[in-house]
Design a protein around this ligand. Structure first.
Ligand SMILES: [Zn+2]
Length: 457
């Protein structure tokens, strides 16, 4: 049965919560938009029967594209463009299509090779993926010494969000080339001076892990365009293709066992069912090789104090927390306090809200706004700076995990953490927009990341 991308609007919090709790609808774009008179709307994927059931239950539903058919169209464009062999040394900006999984790796190796090798290091991640792929990250830094802040950019966790690795490869290509040649970087009207670029590389350690889930991305680019998870084999005896894979951004060790920590009526976007096509949390926290690789970088480079995970879509810059509404007044009301187990995750109540230090919150928001301004300067797109919780709570995500590390382990550094959801909900197939649009997104997010590197100290 065809599945559609839909915009659903409902009359109040409970109606929106019921989309997940009762109707088991899979939410697509991140943000729940607030409308007039207490109404909300959100993007989702649903088949015709689900659409009719929602309409009958009083929701307003607008159908967009058939996601599988439109996704196949994107794959066909990608295949046709891939037939043209890449000229050696071509940078992302000149490719004209998404990079293949192999090309992301070879582009990363090229960036780390001479003439950039005096200020770059190719890092081999320790865990091979389920399909036996080896992943790499890059460290860009000239010199070393105490007190250098580490900034960690991650991409490619969700398989169908094809563009995040392309953004990060473009970012490392631009940064290394400008550093080596002592030039600035101009992205549309947005300019970074040669001196700003020199300071980034001379004074900070930049870690970029562009493609953390290559198995999933390859599967999405060649088989199922809407695949989200990794490719962990299905449990024994399960033959439904949806029983393959874990949602890596539900697998981190932060409130991972949501059934214990959350209110049973919270509309949590997590599932313990291995056959859930989207949000299966995995058999244990940190169970997946891909998740372990992401965590390994934090453990191996303890000067990392900033983290941004790239996802799509909805044009948001999200900061901690994602499990409940932030509060800055009661430090005892926090994710480690068992007195609140079973009470978390209801966005419009006062029973539980997640504590964040006031100074931290001000600092993360300030940096997020810098990124928003950089994005806007490129071609006018207005990203929203918001808390990660948007009515639907999550657990086991990378950004909450990263910021929680210093609270769980007193010897661990504090990591200010973000998720960027790039790309507009108005793009067709917004998880992997047509490439001419993706090129523009690559430019605006590269500007945001460069601005972040300039401002984060
Ligand atoms: Zn994602």
């Amino acid at each position: 049965m065809p599945r559609y991308r839909i915009t659903v609007s409902g009359k109040d919090y409970d109606a929106m919560a019921d989309l997940v709790r009762k109707h088991k609808i899979s939410i697509a774009g991140h943000t729940v938009k607030k409308l007039a008179k207490g109404r909300y709307r959100v993007h989702a994927h649903a088949d015709g029967a689900q659409v009719r059931a929602l309409e009958k239950a009083g929701y307003k539903v607008k159908r967009h594209e058939d996601v599988d058919k439109a996704g196949k169209q994107r794959q066909a464009e990608f295949r046709a463009a891939s037939k043209k062999r890449l000229a050696e040394g071509t940078q992302v900006a000149g490719v004209g299509r998404y990079l293949t999984v192999t090309e992301v790796e070879s582009a990363l190796s090229a960036v780390a090779a001479p003439p950039n090798d005096s200020f770059t290091e190719l890092i081999t991640l320790p865990q091979k993926t389920w399909e036996d792929r080896v992943c790499h990250a890059i460290k860009i830094a000239k010199g070393d010494g105490l007190g250098r802040p580490g900034i960690y950019f991650l991409g490619g966790i969700h398989a169908r969000e094809w563009g995040s690795p392309d953004i990060l490869i473009n970012f490392v290509e631009q940064l290394t080339q400008a550093y080596r040649t002592s030039t600035g970087i101009t992205i549309g009207p947005k300019k970074f001076t040669a001196s700003q670029i020199q300071k980034i590389v001379n004074e900070k350690d930049i870690y970029v892990f562009p493609q953390a889930n290559p198995d999933g991305r390859h599967h999405s680019m060649t088989k199922d365009p809407n695949w989200r998870k990794n490719r962990r084999p299905a449990p024994a005896g399960r033959t439904n293709p949806h029983c393959v894979g874990v949602d890596l951004n539900r697998n981190y060790d932060f409130l991972w066992d949501f059934t214990k920590y959350f209110d049973p009526s919270a509309p949590v976007r997590n599932s313990t069912n291995p056959c859930d096509p989207e949000v299966y949390i995995g058999p244990s926290p940190d169970s997946e090789p891909e998740t372990k690789n992401v965590v390994w970088l934090f453990d191996s480079y303890p000067n990392i104090s900033y983290f941004i995970d790239l996802h799509s879509y909805s044009e948001d810059i999200l900061y901690t927390w994602g499990d409940d509404v932030d509060q800055t007044t009661d430090p005892n009301m926090n994710f480690q306090n068992p007195a609140y187990d079973g009470k978390r995750g209801i966005a419009n109540d006062t029973v539980y809200k997640e504590y964040i230090n006031r100074g931290d919150k001000a600092a993360v928001v300030k940096l997020a706004r810098r990124m928003r301004e950089a994005i806007k300067a490129v071609r006018g797109r207005e990203y929203l700076v918001e808390q990660a919780l948007s009515l639907y709570p999550t657990a086991g995500t990378s950004d909450d995990y990263a910021y929680s590390r210093h609270l769980v382990g007193p010897n661990k550094p504090k990591v200010y953490s973000y998720t960027i959801e790039w790309g507009s909900e108005n793009n067709p197939t917004p998880f992997h927009p047509p490439y001419n649009e993706m090129q523009k997104i690559i430019q605006e997010i590269t500007a945001a990341l460069l601005e972040f590197c300039v401002r984060a100290t």
